[in-house]
Design a protein around this ligand. Sequence first.
Ligand code: TXA
Ligand code: MG
Length: 328
Amino acid sequence: MARLLPATPDAIAGAARIIRDGGLVAFPTETVYGLGANALDAGAVARIFAAKGRPASNPLIVHVASPEEIDALAYVGAQHAAPLQAVTDAFWPGPLTLVLPRKPVVPDTVTAGGPTVAVRMPRHSVALALIRAAGVPLAAPSANRSEQLSPTRAEHVAQGLGDAVDLILDGGPTDVGLESTVLDLTEWPPRLLRPGMVTAAEIESVLGVPISAHPAPNSGGSEPARSPGRMPRHYAPRTRLRVVTDVWAEATCAAAPVAVLAHTSPPADLPPHVQATILPAEPRAYAAHLYEALHQLDRLAVSLILVQAVPETDDWLAVRDRLGRAGA
Ligand code: TXA
Ligand code: MG
């Protein structure tokens, strides 16, 4: 098993040395745990792809500790400067990733050979301290094997990645619980590539232009992949998962033991073969606990997880997106 240490100042200093030596460190952010390497070291970044089993075609987010660090990584042309300033002022540090034209210093392994780089400043004291101590930006995907559930606790990382990571910094459970919103600033108006807890409506109110709330299709269409990681199946537990509207009726009719993830109370006469987990009926609180609950349900000896469909409103978009992929 990988070394797992509480994120004390000493452990962070040790982690920074590992990063500078080309190693991999898992660390907490406010969204999910990341699997970090020196973003400017192509060899270190290649180890991330090997550890995750991630296709080389899926680019990584580069994590910085201040908005000023963007300049070293991306071209901020006259047309980008004002909107970039507005969104970083409003949402950084926080769960918003920005896609910009890349500079050559960013290795091709990070950008998957593409012309853009994704940058984000996390809102977590351990993540910020690690980036500052390492003195380099950190390329970091979620610290899970490709296509599996993102980790919201250090233990999830240890279970999923084991020895593939040199050190895991334990900062407790993450508070946002879903991956960051990804916004493409290389086109105007900007396009939402991945919904998250920074919503299109919030970005619109800052930029004063309509943001398309629906990511461009990645497969099946003639349009090339815009956010190559947006595979239909992603963020999935190992157990089969279905999203259904009438969850209590379906669970009651099931022939074998079944797990239910719901946000409304169960009926009083729920049969014993149904194991129910109830999450808050409010999108932020639901998101904060979703992956934790799925990690737990995945460990039960059931062959099916039934998830109660969430409301079709915009504030539930990021949750609906992840549930749709988990069930694909
Ligand atoms: O909250 C988060 O964003 C977490 C924490 C660790 O920061 N990271 C995360 O990374 O979710 P990952 O690799 O699991 O997801 C990154 C997403 C993928 O969908 C990827 O395709 C997209 O961002 N992405 C990265 N670079 C991109 C680029 N240059 N253009 C478009 N999409 C990009
Ligand atoms: Mg991921």
